[in-house]
Design a protein around this ligand. Sequence first.
Ligand code: HEM
Length: 174
Amino acid sequence: MADEVSPPPATEVASIATPINLILIALFMILAYYRLTPKTAPTLPTPPAPTVFKTFTPPDLEPYNGRNNMPVYLAVRGRVFDVTPGRNFYGPGGPYANFAGRDASRGLACGSFDEDMLTKDLNAPLDTLSDLGDEEMEALRGWEERFSEKYLVVGKLVPVDSVEAKDATLVEKL
Ligand code: HEM
């Protein structure tokens, strides 16, 4: 019969495996692979170490003088500030290095970083500053305000022979 449908030529059947089709199949497989493989959990940035409020005696505070890669702390009227971000000021060789690891109250009040502004005997009672005048106490309040805005309070300074110091030692031993 003349109008019988003839099968497609062999070249037409083979044309499904053209280079472009092979590339598309490969792309599809790559995409499918990436969609289906499980993603690794996103890693969160590690939070900074929590600040633990501690009780320091002057000898406890002394090692925080910026030497041996230690943080830098100083005390102002019983409050211990972490002044590590100001290491340039208080670290070894800095202009105010004398204050590091010490009670800096008198020096700040009197506007002097001389050695004799520091309490020599670390086991002695804390400096009461009772001999200072209004102007000096006002200057000290100014420094405290500045430090409170700029630095973290990490603890309090208590004298060696105080009940608080003994309590703190007991808590540490628990
Ligand atoms: C010779 C005179 C002095 C000059 C030229 C001077 C200069 C400076 C300068 C430029 C700064 C940096 C300020 C900033 O960037 O925030 C600074 C900070 C400081 N100064 Fe002086 N200073 C002098 C005397 C003193 C004295 C006598 C004291 C004693 C109490 C003192 C205590 C401080 C302290 C504690 C800081 C650092 C405050 C912080 O941690 O932010 N300065 N000084």
